[in-house]
Design a protein around this ligand. Structure first.
Ligand SMILES: [Zn+2]
Length: 450
């Protein structure tokens, strides 16, 4: 008998099916009753929309009508009402009693206050843990593999929780943590002969640059064959993928912004949503919050509702990511609708009415490597989204680029931006390695000090 394609064939084989929608409705109704019992905030909001028990939810279409999306603004307002007492906040919003919480993580807080991600034992094993195991299996991680865990360990949802979640999949976990720095991660990977690496894409890229100095050999000498990246959008960008995969000699998988993982199709197909039975996926219009039908090419703000456990408190929660979905079967043959991160609601820029996301600019800039290093900043005179044209970009010249080549390069970059993103930038060139590198997340936007 061949090896199963999925970690959990029972559910993963029926993702997106009619049977799955029945399972979702059943679980959603249980969750609604648990929210009404344990989460007064959602109980009140449900009541405002005429829902006083699961009996009022008779189809999945009733759900968006029962509850508006829970946004970052709602989070701040409720935290204020709770006088910044995080446990009062959690008591208002979680479908479980607080004494069931076994672990606390948080968002990294790079785009504002960190938001709590509480986990019960059930969540660690059966919810977040189950998602991670499904993703790892799809990425080809198998018993006996040695996984170098180089996400930041401190608080981050991709930090300690994956180590606690891992159960029975037979991998050896080697927690180093991004905090250790590229040098120590590289040395650890070499010493313990790790063959799987998980970290942010910017750290994976940074380690390519550091390897010759630290290891005395290129990064490919480590023998890492699988890289699982997340925490930021880079792993979905063709140029970044190509650079990481060829430098390491490894296959790169993109994880996150929900419960998804990319597949091994040679061309990036977005991330497959692998957990319909654990968490319901929706898209809404970022301006009106009206639900959008999931059809090929539709873009919207992603909204998540966990269907089991305490589930991180995701109850029609928006993480501020703009996704584009594809529901047609993936050429790779694996199940699950696919989503790509197009941008962040917070980072959205409007240049004369044209919507531009920094991630899209990153993709264009990266396509000019090695004539540029790939590092750049967007210089704004005032906070986004409105940009008075021209949009200014500070871009690092490539290390090998000679001065004579610069005007032609500038012309090509401007043309590419105009063709692909519909705006004409003003470029300020800077020397290679002059922009600050981050081992965690890269922030593209710089707002001029007044
Ligand atoms: Zn696929």
């Amino acid at each position: 008998m061949g090896e199963s394609k999925y970690w959990n064939p029972q559910f993963e084989e029926i993702l997106g099916s009619e049977r799955m929608r029945e399972i979702q409705l059943e679980r959603l109704r249980v969750q609604v009753d648990r929210l009404i019992e344990h989460a007064p905030y959602f109980g009140r909001r449900l009541a405002e929309n005429g829902v006083s028990s699961s009996a009022d939810i008779s189809s999945l279409q009733d759900w968006p009508k029962a509850l508006p999306p829970f946004t970052k603004g709602d989070y701040r307002a409720l935290m204020d009402d709770c006088e910044n007492d995080v446990y009062r906040f959690l008591d208002e919003t979680l479908p479980v009693p607080l004494d069931e919480l076994a672990c606390m993580a948080a968002t990294s807080g790079t785009t504002g206050d960190p938001q709590p991600y509480p986990l019960t034992r059930y969540d660690l094993d059966q919810f977040w843990g189950e998602y991670l195991l499904r993703s790892r299996w799809r990425a080809g991680v198998r018993p006996g593999d040695r996984l170098i865990h180089a996400f930041a360990l401190s608080m981050f949802l991709a930090g300690v929780p994956p180590l606690q979640c891992a159960r029975e999949d037979g991998t050896m976990q080697i927690p180093v943590g991004a905090e250790a720095g590229a040098g120590r991660i590289l040395k650890t990977a070499k010493f313990f002969r790790g063959n799987v690496l998980s970290c942010t894409p910017s750290l994976a890229e940074h380690m390519i640059e550091r390897a010759p100095e630290i290891l005395g050999a290129p990064i490919s000498s480590l023998g890492i064959s699988i890289i699982m990246c997340g925490g930021e959008p880079g792993a979905g960008l063709p140029a970044v993928r190509e650079r990481i995969e060829s430098a390491y000699g490894a296959k790169l998988y993109d994880l996150g912004a929900g419960m998804g993982v990319s597949c091994d199709h040679p061309t990036y197909q977005g991330m497959h949503w692998v957990a319909d039975d654990l968490c319901m996926y929706e898209l809404v219009d970022p301006a009106t919050h009206e639900p959008l039908a999931l059809e090929d090419g539709v873009e919207g703000e992603a909204v998540f509702t966990t269907l089991v456990g305490g589930g991180l408190g995701w109850t029609r929660l928006t993480l501020g990511d703009i996704h584009q979905v594809t529901v047609s079967p993936c050429p790779c043959g694996a199940s699950g609708l696919r989503y790509r991160i197009v941008g962040r609601v917070d980072d959205m820029l409007k240049v004369k009415g044209v919507i531009v996301y920094p991630a899209a600019i990153d993709s264009v800039v990266s396509s000019f490597i090695p004539r540029v290093t790939g590092e750049f900043r967007i210089l704004l005179d005032e906070p986004p989204p409105r940009v008075v044209p021209p949009l200014k970009l500070r871009i690092e010249k490539g290390r090998e680029l000679d001065a004579a080549g610069l005007p032609a390069l500038e012309e090509e970059v401007v043309k590419a931006m105009k063709e692909r993103l519909k705006f004409t930038p003003k470029i300020v060139w800077v020397e290679p390695d002059s922009l600050e590198r981050s081992e965690h997340k890269t922030r593209f936007i710089e707002i001029a000090a007044k």
